[in-house]
Design a protein around this ligand. Sequence first.
Ligand SMILES: *Cc1c(COP(=O)(O)O)cnc(C)c1O
Length: 348
Amino acid sequence: MKKKINIKDLIRPDLRNIKAYSSARDEFSSEDDMIFLDANENPFDTELNRYPDPYQTRLKSKISSIKEIPAEQIVLGNGSDEIIDLLIRLFCKPYQDKILIFPPTYGMYKVTADLNAIQVEEFFLDKHFQLDFKEALKRISTHTKIIFVCSPNNPSGNTTEKEKVLKILDNFEGIVVVDEAYIDFSTEDSFSAYLDSYKNLVVMQTFSKAYGLAGVRLGMCFANPEIVAYLNKIKPPYNVNTLTQKEALQRLSSIENVSEEIKLILAERNHLADALKNILWVKTVYPSQANFLLVKVDDANMRYRQCIDKNIVVRNRHTQPNCENCLRFTIGTPQENQKLIQTLNQLQ
Ligand SMILES: *Cc1c(COP(=O)(O)O)cnc(C)c1O
């Protein structure tokens, strides 16, 4: 069964004892009733003249109550993309360590690894985008530090079975990151329920998809408090700005709107899937647990260009592994989807 995992042993050796930058806002928040002469800010009020809270205390406590995850198990970043970068830098030693990914999947794992001089081991999903986890586990070497599991997966839209992810967690002594950017569109539960059982589990979510705030750049990371403490040490002190914290709090205060939008998007996804299946040149509409559909067509490059000519931008995934002639359609508003269906139906 499960081996004992010591987080400190997994941290990049030169970061184990790193001293964090001690920021002016570490000890007192600008909400405290004090005179702040410590951070060389302009004292005149613009509502933004103060540095943001480096630990986003109010926002995290709101997220904590919604997600039912203790605030000390949350790290927020400038998008999930910053979280991915922080995780790779925290656990992987450049020119030595590796990450393992399962393409076709989100492109930022590899880009970020490349930028940090971390090798990327790729084990492809099969043609139905399923993971052969037994074969995948054979790709682990002594230098494999992180496995990224994207579920629901982008661009295929399917989830990875819970049992498979748990097997990976059981059999791998490094970090398993489950990227749940699309979890709010899925019928599956979040892996955050397993944070207490698996010290090596890290779960990522984002405000960019279901929460409708891609523009604010806010990513969430849920992990055990020890990992969180290390991430807090290495993150840029003011990585989540004041405007972002405000907007996110406001959105969360009317969370029922988010749920309504998700419901509408899911209904539209089913509607669009049905409509696509009736088009002659559409070969396969893959099942989706996300807010997009991956669709195999007769000639993806041609259909992509035809859509552009009609002022509709979709994502061409033709060059991705096992995605030959596949396009990815994000679910739009009912009007946008109707326009898309009309347009596609008229293509020769
Ligand atoms: C869109 C997406 C994200 C979101 O990244 P942000 O930096 O938070 O916008 C993360 N992971 C996957 C798989 C995605 O598709």
